[in-house]
Design a protein around this ligand. Structure first.
Ligand code: NAP
Length: 306
């Protein structure tokens, strides 16, 4: 597997694509597969649970820090998950992902997503090149314009690099309800292959227009801030998961994540964690039954009543 940009060729990009398309299936146990959703642009199946790296992967590359995060990534792969989301805005997070890939040699099992977060074509090119090297990505699976910053300029570069085989998919991100008008405009104008937006039990604004529009336009959707940066757990405190939810959620983490992935427009959710037992909990949401519309409403009402 080509691990640096310098050894990249178009053929390696195609081989990587083929490997990624089958990689999760190799690690599924016989009768338990993590749920997947197709990326509309290609039909490639993406496991519904991924991993965010904001804050939690922004650590010194000490053996203890790397080992702990390597175990998290290993557990993802073992359960059939593949997507890791990062950004040059997250300080050392891209480097930590790169260190893990370098030591584990597991690049072909991962779907790597990062972002460009700067102004201007030349600065964007430098940053995207650096991200690919820092993450030991070779070909980047998904390059997103972070918080719609200089979208026109960067999407043009990303599309050029896609044509050359350096990047597999393009996308745009945001994380605030106040940006939904701009996000909608970017979706209509650019028709990106992915969007990434916040959506959770307490931040549900994107289900009014953005999620239905993504479905209509055939855009894959990554969901960030699924726990509102951990705040949802503080709201439930020591309360047990209600009995009526036990058939699909063994924990509050799974309750929150299943509310999200049961939305028909959602492709993958990217909870962040620094803890292996939280990763195991989150991965569990990728298995078993999902709540139907009526139950989703009940989940929202229940949470609002707390
Ligand atoms: N504009 C953008 O593009 C944008 C904006 C925001 C976020 N994002 C992406 O989305 C990712 C997720 O959002 P986020 O990091 O803001 O917040 P989040 O995923 O909603 O919450 C992360 C917090 O939840 C805790 N946690 C995770 N799993 C848990 C579990 N099972 N039980 C209890 N606590 C748990 C984590 O702490 P522990 O470490 O203790 O587990 C962490 O403090 C980011 O990391 C980033 O990749 C992108």
């Amino acid at each position: 597997m080509c691990e640096t940009r310098s050894c990249w060729t178009r053929r390696s990009a195609l081989q990587l694509g083929a490997a990624l398309a089958v990689a999760p299936a190799l690690s599924f146990s016989k009768d338990k597969k993590m749920l997947t959703r197709p990326i509309p642009a290609s039909g490639e199946e993406l496991p519904v649970i991924g991993l965010g790296t904001y804050i939690v992967f922004d650590v010194e590359s000490t053996p203890a820090n790397i080992d702990a995060r390597q175990a998290i990534v290993k557990s993802m792969i073992e359960k059939g998950a593949s997507l890791i989301d990062s950004s040059p805005m997250y300080n050392r997070a891209e480097d930590v992902v790169g260190d893990i890939i370098k030591t584990s040699r597991n690049r072909d099992k991962l779907f790597l997503a990062t972002k460009v977060w700067t102004n201007g074509k030349a600065a964007g090119e430098r940053q995207m090149r650096a991200s690919s090297e820092r993450m030991n990505a070779g070909v980047m699976d998904l390059m997103q314009v972070h918080n719609l910053r200089d979208t026109d300029e960067h999407l043009a570069t990303i599309r050029d690099w896609q044509a050359e085989g350096w990047i597999r998919y393009n996308g745009v991100t945001h994380y605030r309800a106040g940006a939904l008008d701009d996000l909608e405009a970017a979706m209509r104008q650019h028709k990106p292959e992915f969007i990434q937006i916040n959506y959770s039990l307490t931040e549900r604004e994107s289900d009014q227009r953005i999620l239905p529009l993504a479905k209509d336009l055939g855009i894959a959707v990554l969901i960030n801030r699924p726990f509102v940066a951990g705040r949802l757990f503080r709201a439930v405190r020591d309360r047990p998961v209600p009995d009526w939810a036990r058939e699909f959620a063994e924990s509050w983490g799974q309750f929150f994540l299943k509310f999200i992935i049961s939305h028909p427009a959602v492709t993958c959710v990217i909870p962040a964690t620094s803890k292996i037992h939280h990763m195991a909990d989150n991965l569990g949401a990728g298995f078993g039954s999902l709540p139907d519309d009526k139950t989703r409403q009940r989940m929202a009402n229940y949470f609002a009543s707390l």
